[in-house]
Design a protein around this ligand. Structure first.
Ligand SMILES: *Cc1c(COP(=O)(O)O)cnc(C)c1O
Length: 365
C-alpha cells in the first residue's frame, strides 16, 4: 500500500548517519537540552536566516510558547484560518487566547487577506499565517495589515520548512515563527519535536525560559512549561537538515511530474504563487467525486489522504464556539473536495507514474 507520506523511507535513505548520531547521544551523558540541541538551534537559525532558533517539544507548543513570549493570552484574540491542522487553533487556546478564523483563497487554499479587516477588533493582538501544503501565504498583504494595526505576525511553518517568499525563507519574516518536526513533515524527527525562529534576542531568551518552567539559574522568574527538546531528536534533525534542500527539490520535481501528467483531467491542480518557491509538503488536488475516487484508488493500492476533511470551526470541540468571518464558503467547499496524493522525496518516477495512471484510468483516460 502506498500512502501520502513515508517517514521510514527517509530514515532508510540516511540510515547509517542517523544510527551513528543516535548511538553517540546514547553513549553520552546528556539526553535533554544539550550539545545537539544547541548545534541544531545554530544550524537551523542559519538555514532559515534568523539570528535565533529555539528547540521545543512539538509544533503545538512552539505556537503556544510564541504567543506567551509575546504576552498574548486571556482576553486577547488571534486571527488565523480554519483550514489548518487543529494544532494551530489548539495552541491559541492553550495560551489562553481566543482564535478567530477567516476564509482561504480559492487558488492557494491559504489565509485570505481580504477578510482581515472584517474580523478585526481592538482585542486582536496577532495573526498566525499558516503556510499550508508547503506554500507561502500572501505575506506582503498580511504583513501590511499587521503593520497598519500594530499586530504581531506569527508564521506557522510546520508544512513549509525551506520554502521561500520573494527569496526569503519562510519563518524569517514574522516576529516569531513556529515549526513542527513531526515525523511526516519536510524536516521530520523520529518522534515529536518543534522549533521556533526569531530575530529578537530578547524573545529568544524568554522562549528558552518558557520551555523550562520560566527558569533563570533554576529559579522560576515567571510561570513556564516543560517543552524541552531531547538530544536524540535534535541529533536526528541535524542529519536531516543537511539534506532538506535536496529533498525539497525532489518534492518539487515530483509535483511538476504530477502537474504535467494530470493537466487534462477535470481536477483542480495546485497553483504556485509567482513570488514563492513551494516545498510540496502535500500535493493536494480538488475533485468533485472524492469518495468514489478514493475508493477506486484504494482498491489499486493507494491510500490517499484528506488534509483536512472538517474545518476546525465545524469540529465538535470548536463548533458554535469560535468566532469566524461571515463567509467561510471556500473553506467549507474545499473540505468536501480535496485529496492528497503520495508525495515524498524517496518516491520514484515509476511509482508516481503508477499513481498518475490509476487516476487517469478512474477518469476514463
Ligand atoms: C503539524 C502541524 C502543527 C502541529 O505540530 P505538532 O508537532 O503535531 O504539535 C501545527 N500547524 C500545522 C500547520 C501543522 O501541519
Amino acid at each position: 500500500m502506498m500512502f501520502c507520506a513515508n517517514p521510514t523511507a527517509q530514515f532508510k535513505s540516511h540510515q547509517t548517519e542517523i544510527e551513528e548520531a543516535v548511538l553517540s547521544v546514547m553513549r553520552s551523558n546528556c539526553y535533554v537540552l544539550g550539545n545537539e540541541v544547541e548545534k541544531l538551534e545554530q544550524e537551523f537559525a542559519h538555514f532559515i536566516g534568523t539570528s535565533e532558533a529555539i528547540g521545543v517539544a512539538n509544533g503545538t507548543d512552539a505556537i503556544e510558547l510564541a504567543l506567551r513570549a509575546l504576552e498574548i493570552g486571556l482576553g486577547d484574540e488571534v486571527i488565523t484560518v480554519s483550514h489548518t491542522a487543529v494544532a494551530t487553533i489548539a495552541a491559541i487556546e492553550a495560551a489562553g487566547a481566543d482564535p478567530v478564523v477567516v476564509d482561504i483563497e480559492p487558488e492557494f487554499y491559504s489565509l485570505s487577506p481580504s477578510q482581515l479587516e472584517e474580523v478585526f477588533t481592538p482585542r486582536v493582538k496577532a495573526v498566525i499565517a499558516v503556510h499550508l501544503y508547503g506554500q507561502s501565504v500572501d505575506l506582503d498583504e498580511i504583513s501590511k495589515f499587521c503593520k497598519q494595526n500594530d499586530l504581531f505576525l506569527i508564521e506557522d511553518v510546520s508544512q513549509a520548512h525551506g520554502a521561500r517568499y520573494k527569496g526569503k525563507r519562510l519563518g524569517s519574516i514574522g516576529h516569531v515563527n513556529c515549526f513542527s518536526c513531526y515525523p511526516t513533515k519536510n524536516l521530520g524527527a523520529i518522534g515529536d519535536a518543534g522549533l521556533i525562529t526569531t530575530n529578537s534576542a530578547e524573545l529568544a531568551m524568554k522562549l528558552r525560559m518558557l520551555r523550562e518552567y520560566g527558569w533563570h539559574n533554576r529559579i522560576s522568574e515567571f510561570p513556564g512549561r516543560n517543552s524541552r527538546l531531547d538530544e536524540l531528536q535534535a541529533a536526528i534533525l541535524r542529519v536531516k537538515l543537511k539534506y532538506l534542500d535536496e529533498s525539497n527539490e525532489k518534492r518539487r520535481q515530483l509535483a511538476e511530474y504530477y502537474i504535467n501528467h494530470l493537466a487534462e483531467l477535470p481536477i483542480q491542480l495546485p497553483k504556485i504563487r509567482s513570488e514563492a518557491e513551494a516545498v510540496f509538503h502535500l500535493f493536494v488536488i480538488k475533485v468533485n467525486n472524492r469518495p468514489e475516487m478514493m475508493r477506486y484508488m484504494l482498491e489499486r493500492g493507494f491510500q490517499l489522504g484528506i488534509h483536512y476533511a472538517v474545518p476546525v470551526h465545524s469540529q465538535a470541540a470548536y463548533k458554535d464556539r469560535i468566532r469566524t468571518a461571515k463567509d467561510m464558503h471556500v473553506t467549507d467547499d474545499v473540505a468536501q473536495k480535496i485529496v492528497s496524493l503520495p508525495i515524498y522525496p524517496e518516491l520514484t518516477t515509476l511509482e508516481v507514474d503508477s499513481v498518475v495512471n490509476s487516476i487517469k484510468a478512474y477518469f476514463g483516460k
